[in-house]
Ligand binder design. Structure first.
Ligand code: SF4
Length: 344
């Protein structure tokens, strides 16, 4: 795996990416799954040191209304996406927990069609919560949960977070989510300062050992006001290539999981997401956040699609897949075969 990540394996990157595509076709299929990505609130109680919306950053804070969230869900359904991801900063207060629960129940109720008899498939990406909260939201209709570990190296994790944000608690949260019955997503940042190919290879082993169903990862990108010790020590092209190698190595190692080609890849290269698909990814996440809030949800500098609106992203993202020669899976949840046994 380390040779793949260094580009020194026999056949080089071309052979690696071809093997990843062959694994995808054998274990799943070539169709790209769409998840409308709604960044519904940038309020956050955490202080992840790399993040552009951490609690101490003086960015204008917003939370969409219940009606705005349901409208965005209906737009995803009407676009034929079949699934959406609800993402926000991390809050554990009861107002937030109840708000998310209400939104989930309404989305499930109001997005049913003959093709989606159980409404949209919903992935939650709202950070570490109590086990009771996870169970409540599962009952309300979320069936996937994305919680990035960011790195499986405890020392590197400690450099990225304040002391009270603990690695062992993050891992425990992932285990709890899986045990409760969620389809589990996780991922890492690629090209962190000081991060080695050996650590990244261990990240892939971590994904396998935690029994992840979905992987969302991308290049590490600096946020405005990034602390000096977190400035990237690899160039952007190197981080892009390393990210593509990580996607391919993860595909070959895990086989039947869903892997996202993330927007962060496009921040480095205009066709970064297409390159992610060619390296073995099978999920794209068109942003459906209302355009007037996009600039206030920038986890890193140079985020693409900030000036676009929902209609543009809804049309552009599937077109990117098709231009890359990949069919799109329409009007279906598009769960990973790895997650079979969970809700369909
Ligand atoms: S990475 Fe997520 S949890 Fe951490 S500060 Fe940013 S929004 Fe909050």
């Amino acid at each position: 795996m380390v040779a793949w990540l260094r580009g020194t394996a026999s056949g080089g990157d071309a052979a690696l990416f071809a093997a990843a595509r062959a694994t995808l076709e054998r274990r799943i299929d070539r169709r790209v799954r769409m998840r409308g990505l709604l960044e519904f609130s940038n309020l956050c109680t955490c202080e992840c040191r790399y993040c552009g919306i951490r609690s101490s950053v003086p960015v204008a804070r917003f939370t969409l209304s219940e009606n705005e969230i349901v409208s965005a869900a209906v737009a995803c359904r009407d676009a034929g996406f079949g699934s959406m991801t609800l993402q926000s900063g991390e809050r554990r207060d009861s107002v937030f927990v109840e708000f998310v629960e209400r939104c989930l129940r309404r989305i499930k109720r109001e997005t049913k069609t003959s093709e989606l008899p159980n409404g949209l498939g919903i992935t939650l990406c709202v950070g570490e919560q109590t086990s009771d909260t996870y169970a409540r939201w599962l009952d309300a209709g979320a069936h996937r949960y994305l919680l990035r570990v960011e790195t499986s190296d405890a020392d590197l994790f400690a450099r990225l977070h304040p002391r009270h944000q603990r690695f062992d608690r993050r891992v425990r949260a992932l285990t709890t989510l899986k045990a409760l019955g969620y389809q589990l997503g996780t991922g890492v940042m690629i090209g962190l300062p000081g991060q080695t190919e050996e650590q990244l290879a261990r990240d892939i082993q971590f994904f396998r050992d935690i029994n992840a169903d979905m992987i969302g990862m991308g290049p590490y990108l600096e946020a405005p006001g990034c602390p000096a010790d977190l400035r990237p020590d690899r160039g952007v092209s190197e981080r892009l290539l390393l990210s593509l190698r990580m996607i391919a190595a993860t595909r070959i190692t895990l086989g039947d999981v869903n892997i996202a080609s993330t927007t962060a890849l496009q921040a480095i290269s205009p066709t970064g997401r297409e390159a992610g698909l060619a390296a073995g990814a099978n999920v794209l996440m068109p942003i459906v956040t209302p355009s007037d809030h996009r600039s206030a949800y920038q986890l890193y500098a140079g985020k693409p699609c900030v000036d676009e609106d929902t209609a543009t992203c809804v049309a552009c993202t599937p077109a990117r897949a098709m231009r890359a020669g990949r069919p799109v899976l329409w009007n279906a949840w598009g769960d990973a075969p790895h997650a079979k046994g969970g809700p369909k």
